[in-house]
Design a protein around this ligand. Structure first.
Ligand code: DQA
Length: 143
């Protein structure tokens, strides 16, 4: 089992700034992740929330269950020390993903407070970032 967790505003994919995030919807993203997981022999559970407390709760769940996580923290990436502290409790692999390339965008997006507690980060490949993350996760798990 792998969690693919998504932070605020990602439910709005498709209508939200399509020039930045593309035309595909969150349901398209869910379908893509589940299908990629199936190809890799992994059961993938995809969740999204706009609520920091709910996301922190899911990270606690993952920490207790030693469940690998692919995480797009969305705007929480840049300022949520609560999320970072929750992630630091985990032992299973964690891959940070972004649809856009935050390093090529506004200054405030250049800082990730979660990157240092992630196994690695994949950013800038559109929804394909999640596919690459799931493949990397499959390799990590099978090591
Ligand atoms: C994002 C990048 C963040 O800066 C932004 O706040 C998001 C989405 C991405 O996937 O490109 O909501 O995480």
């Amino acid at each position: 089992m792998i969690y693919v967790l998504n932070g605020p505003n990602l439910s709005r994919l498709g209508t939200r700034e399509p020039d930045v995030y593309g035309a595909e919807t969150f349901e398209d993203l869910r379908t893509l992740c589940v299908a990629t997981g199936r190809e890799l022999g992994l059961h993938v559970e995809v969740r999204q929330t706009d609520d920091e407390a709910e996301l922190v709760g899911w990270i606690h769940e993952a920490a207790d269950g030693k469940i690998p996580v692919v995480l797009n923290p969305a705007a929480f990436t840049h300022y949520s020390y609560a999320l970072r502290d929750a992630l630091a409790q985990r032992t299973a692999p964690l891959i940070e993903v972004h649809i856009s390339n935050p390093a090529a965008r506004e200054e405030f997006r250049h800082t990730s407070v979660v990157a240092a507690v992630a196994t690695g980060t994949i950013a800038g490949f559109g929804l394909q970032s999640y596919v690459l993350a799931l493949r990397a996760m499959a390799d990590l798990i099978n090591e």
